[in-house]
Design a protein around this ligand. Structure first.
Ligand code: KG4
Ligand code: ZN
Length: 330
């Protein structure tokens, strides 16, 4: 089955084509128009998706050596995300489905990220725990079996990636700032500054306090070293994830654990979690770098799997700004 995945929930226009589990094309066009604003401008994102989505699809089909008529299923992100941006992808997918008389399926973006784990040769076995760390979400989820999720905890304020982006902005780096923090952290002195590790309840996360601690530090120390701030912020941000996740692993007694979402690109995070996995005797799964950040192949795979079990979505499938993993409506 040939599935075309469409992702437009934020500022990345992404098209992925898979044949069963084989990736034939994976194209991501990141919008740089937002850099000068220091964050994503929703209206601008939607307009840019409109411009790029058709040419990007054509190039993806060319790479896959397929024609539009060959596609068996159109899988598209329906939320959570920016409504205007989501509507571009959804309308595009529905139009193609109607014109070609093919099924369409609306996919939850977070479920898409989780399916990035199943694009790898070795995917986790059920039940497994997954940490989703992106620009919009930070949550720890128990995947009991396919399509059966229990959100154990989530951020009570900022997402982890959002904190990376806000701290990066404070330090004068462009948006999105996560990669700049990681790069500059390499030259920073660990322990030159002591930021507090957040301590929210149970399996929840919180990044607002850490972000404010960085803000106060830079305000009170005008001659601060950027690299020192970067490395110490990064270390505490990761330490917070480690502490919550190790509690969740202990409590659920899972044997498999995955990390997905844009922040899982971070090498320091990968290293710290691989040590934790060894220590706790569990199997760690992290997608390849190109499948951590937003992409179309993860949406294609989630769509293909859901379609097999539940069939297509109704053509009235709509965009949703929010939708928790354990509340997915089909
Ligand atoms: O999953 P994603 O592509 O989009 C969302 O669904 O949000 O994640 C984007 C987030 C941004 O906040 C970005 O700064 C962060 O992932 N990110 C990183 C790194 N690369 C991307 N954070 C830390 N270190 C990185 N190397
Ligand atoms: Zn994402």
């Amino acid at each position: 089955m040939l599935t075309l995945g469409i992702e437009t929930s934020c500022d990345e226009t992404a098209i992925g084509i898979i044949e069963d589990k084989k990736i034939l094309a994976n194209l991501v066009s990141s919008q740089i128009a937002h850099t000068k604003f220091g964050g994503v401008v929703p209206e601008l994102a939607a307009r840019n998706h409109i411009k790029i989505i058709m040419p990007l699809t054509n190039v993806a089909l060319e790479i896959a050596k397929k024609k539009l008529e060959d596609v068996d299923l159109f899988s598209v992100t329906r939320g959570p995300g920016l409504i205007g941006a989501l509507l571009v992808g959804l309308s595009f997918a529905k139009s193609l489905a109607i014109a070609l008389d093919k099924p369409v399926i609306g996919i939850n973006h977070l479920e898409g990220h989780i399916y990035a784990l199943h694009l790898e040769k070795q995917s986790p076995q059920y039940p497994y725990l997954v940490l989703l760390v992106s620009g919009g979400h930070t949550e720890v989820v128990l995947v009991r079996k396919e399509f059966d999720y229990e959100t154990l905890g989530k951020t009570v304020d900022d997402a982890c990636g959002e904190a990376f982006d806000k701290v990066a902005k404070l330090l004068g780096f462009p948006y999105p700032g996560g990669p700049y923090i990681e790069e500059h952290a390499k030259d920073g002195r660990l322990s030159a500054i002591k930021f507090p590790v957040p301590k929210p309840k149970e399996f929840n996360f919180s990044y607002a306090g850490l972000k404010t601690a960085v803000l106060y530090y830079t305000r009170d120390n005008p001659n601060y070293m950027r690299d020192d701030v970067a490395v110490n912020f990064q270390e505490v941000a990761i330490e917070h994830l480690i502490q919550v996740v190790s509690r969740a692993i202990e409590s659920t007694k899972v044997k498999y654990f995955g990390i997905v979402g844009g922040v899982s690109v971070n090498k320091r995070l990968r290293h710290r979690f691989s040590l934790l996995a060894k220590e706790m005797g569990i199997r760690l799964h992290i997608p390849g770098l190109q499948h951590c950040t937003d992409n179309g192949v993860m949406i294609a795979l989630a769509g293909a799997q859901r379609f097999e079990k539940f069939g297509p979505s109704d053509l009235s499938v709509d965009a949703v700004a929010r939708e928790a993993l354990d509340k997915i409506r089909h």
